[in-house]
Design a protein around this ligand. Structure first.
Ligand code: KG4
Ligand code: ZN
Length: 351
């Protein structure tokens, strides 16, 4: 079978299915961190199967993700999630493995041992069913979660906030994206997780901190917003400020909810202030939020408030914010103008 660089979709891939009279079904696998996931998406937008096996309980006992254990758990779960996805697709759309247009897998960034499990499964499926293979960048996939079940079309500004990244992206077209700002130190999710640990909240810290913040006073403590370039971010100073604040209580009656609320207020207002600037500069009318931290209640609230100023705001539902394979399938459809070579390799960091 010939696998190398064929034209897959044009820059307006949504048109392809309807023009050619046939639908594209992409099966994707995601295993970059601690979720083993498989999904099938029709024409980049319609989710017809979506299965996620989370390892959260396993890693909770260690207070964080242990890469070796995560990779082994992916091995245990991979066949189960793939079989379940095929089952769902057959019952919802009557789609069989032979009907899949292409198989996709996350190539990076992520934990290498984990990525290898999902990517090799996706490649194997492509070989077994004699279909093309598409390698997907995990960050682009988070962004494409916004195409699922919506009619969103570029151009737009995207705020990508995850455990490893914080970026403002100018999405000019389906395939052309320019990073216009990013963090110079900690990512937002990383800052959430570190601050959560600092105040004694259990893993996974981000969502727990968010929950506590909703019951606290966001004005209780004034925390510093870093002064960095126009669209860049820095969260390490904020983390240190929280550490100082915690130490000032000397172990006595730590006002955890108020600290959470004040931290959340500082982070969310910094993010949304810069997103607004990027919108004004670009002249775009649409804005999206993506990545695991897009699940955050206050960041969502402030982003959705931009609609009062005339912007159209998109945010994936919770199940598509955290790691899943539907976003990977959508990305394979919208971001890939070619099929990939079956020998494509995984990578751990952003290239
Ligand atoms: O995108 P993701 O699932 O994994 C990466 O690709 O990094 O994001 C995980 C990150 C973690 O840092 C987690 O604490 C954070 O997203 N997170 C949250 C919330 N839900 C997940 N942070 C703040 N508030 C939340 N509700
Ligand atoms: Zn992710």
């Amino acid at each position: 079978m010939k696998m190398t660089k064929k034209k897959l979709f044009s820059d307006e891939p949504v048109q392809i299915g309807s023009d050619s009279g046939y639908d594209n079904y992409i099966m994707a696998i995601e295993s970059s961190c601690d979720e083993t996931a498989c999904a099938i998406v029709k024409n980049g937008r319609e989710v017809i199967a979506n299965v996620v096996a989370s390892q959260i309980k396993t890693h909770a006992q260690f207070g964080g993700v242990i890469p070796e254990i995560a990779a082994r758990e992916h091995l245990d779960s991979i066949n189960i999630v793939v079989e379940e996805a095929f089952k769902q697709a057959e019952s919802t759309e009557g789609i069989k493995p032979e009907d899949i247009t292409a198989f996709a897998g996350t190539v990076g960034p992520g934990l290498v041992g984990c990525l290898l499990v999902g990517l090799n499964a996706a490649k194997t499926l492509a070989l077994v069913y004699d279909k093309p293979f598409i390698g997907v960048n995990h960050l682009n996939a988070h962004l494409c979660a916004n195409y699922l079940d919506t009619d969103l079309k570029p151009p737009f500004i995207a705020l990508l906030v995850s455990g490893g990244h914080t970026q403002i992206i100018d999405v000019k077209s389906y395939s052309e994206q320019v990073i216009i700002g990013e963090t110079i130190d900690d990512a937002v999710g990383e800052a959430y997780d570190k601050v959560a640990r600092l105040i004694g909240l259990p893993y996974p810290g981000g969502p727990k901190l968010d929950k506590m913040a909703q019951e606290g006073n966001p004005k209780a403590f004034k925390l510093p917003q870093a002064k960095v370039d126009e669209f860049d971010f820095s969260f390490s100073g904020l983390k240190t400020a929280v550490l100082r604040l915690v130490n000032s209580f000397d172990g006595k009656d730590l006002p955890v909810k108020d600290i959470c609320a004040s931290f959340q207020e500082c982070v969310s207002s910094t993010l949304v202030k810069k997103v607004k600037k990027a919108l004004e500069k670009s002249g775009y009318t649409q804005v999206v939020i993506a990545g695991g931290v897009a699940a955050n209640s206050e960041i969502r609230k402030k982003m959705f408030a931009l609609s009062d100023e005339g912007y159209k705001v998109f945010a994936p539902p919770m199940k598509y914010c955290t790691d899943n394979a539907a976003m990977v399938a959508s990305c394979a459809y919208f971001n890939s103008n070619t099929f990939d070579d079956i020998n494509v390799e995984v990578f751990s960091r952003v290239k």
